[in-house]
Design a protein around this ligand. Structure first.
Ligand code: NAD
Length: 299
């Protein structure tokens, strides 16, 4: 029987701070398949996430299909813009949203995970950030552009560089992209389309390097629009969801669980020959050459 079985596998999922985004859905799908899940959560939202998790706010979404609850082995504070303690500026260390935490740089979290749990098998990068995301690219500052790449693309390179050595051979990593490198998406600014282009290009390069070095596969999912907290902050997600409903081959809302299931497949031994791939999971929207709801088509 062909089974998506991740029993005995351990996953580190970076970029979960509530139950609405892709990271949560992927963590849940991995747990459904039998994997143990460790989370990395951005320090500024760590306290809120912890309070909601312990306060039972996610009880419904924690329920797995067998009736058991989704559990996390541990939730580490993680800021994916810092690689080592030396990278953390004094004002961040002293910032009240960071002060309660220590060891949140990528190298420190990788070392802590190894100390606490040993090796991992699966690595998920489900995070992005661009301080100027609401600005058109032509109005984006150099600093804003580089910040988008640092948080959203280099973060994957660094995560893999630090977690790769503690990944078992046959393991796999995955990041989340969006169709903006392939076609211009007005409103997705601040260098985010550039950051996703880098993330996708790096998927191929990292697949080669990590494949040869550790026997680990690297893939990305180019996901369709979802009303996550990050997407709501950009400001036009409802229109993008409506646009997809009107124009994609599959005229249905995209569920985070659908991306979770595709991620579980790509991370599982069922995809053992797939690496360096960017898989669209977007109800087929990427395949369309025209917007069928365009007024011009009826002119
Ligand atoms: P989300 O809000 O659930 O996830 C984004 C996470 O990134 C948050 O938990 C946030 O705290 C974290 N984060 C931000 N800066 C960080 C940093 N410096 N270090 C560590 N964590 C940091 O939203 P989401 O939409 O599910 O986003 C997950 C991924 O999916 C992102 O890469 C996003 O670009 C991608 N994606 C989203 C959509 C969409 O429409 N929502 C579509 C395609 C791809």
């Amino acid at each position: 029987m062909l089974r998506l079985d991740l029993t005995g596998k351990r996953a580190f999922v970076a970029g979960v701070a509530d139950d609405k985004g892709y990271g949560w859905a992927i963590a849940k799908a991995l747990a459904e398949a039998g994997a143990e899940v460790i989370l990395g959560t951005w320090p500024p939202v760590m306290r809120l996430f912890d309070t909601m998790l312990k306060g039972g706010k996610f009880e419904a979404s924690r329920t797995l299909s067998n009736g058991e609850k989704l559990e996390f082995l541990k939730v580490y504070p993680l800021d994916a813009t810092f690689d080592t303690p030396d990278d953390v500026p004094e004002e961040i260390k002293e910032n009240k949203r960071y002060k309660a935490y220590a060891g949140y740089t990528i190298s420190e979290v990788a070392a802590a995970v190894e100390k606490d749990f040993g090796k991992i098998d699966l690595l998920v990068h489900s995070l992005a950030n661009a301080p100027e995301v609401q600005k058109p690219l032509l109005e984006t500052s150099r600093q804003g552009y580089l910040a988008a790449l640092s948080a959203s693309s280099y973060s994957m390179v660094s995560l893999l560089a630090h977690f790769g050595p503690i990944m078992n051979e046959g393991g796999a990593a995955l990041s989340l992209s969006y169709g903006a490198p392939n076609k211009a998406v007005p409103g997705y600014g601040g260098g985010m389309s550039s950051a996703k282009a880098a993330l996708e290009g790096d998927t191929r390069k990292l697949a080669y390097e990590a494949g040869r070095k550790w026997g680990v596969r690297i893939n990305a999912i180019s996901a369709g629009p979802l009303g996550s907290r990050a997407a709501k902050a950009i400001g036009f997600i409802d229109s993008m969801i409506a646009y997809s409903m009107e124009n994609a081959p599959l005229a249905k809302p995209l569920q985070a669980e659908e991306v979770g299931a595709s991620a579980a497949f790509l991370l599982s031994p069922m995809a053992s020959a797939i690496t360096g791939e960017v898989l669209f999971v977007d109800n087929g929207l990427h395949a369309m050459g025209v917007a069928i709801d365009s007024r011009s088509l009826n002119a």
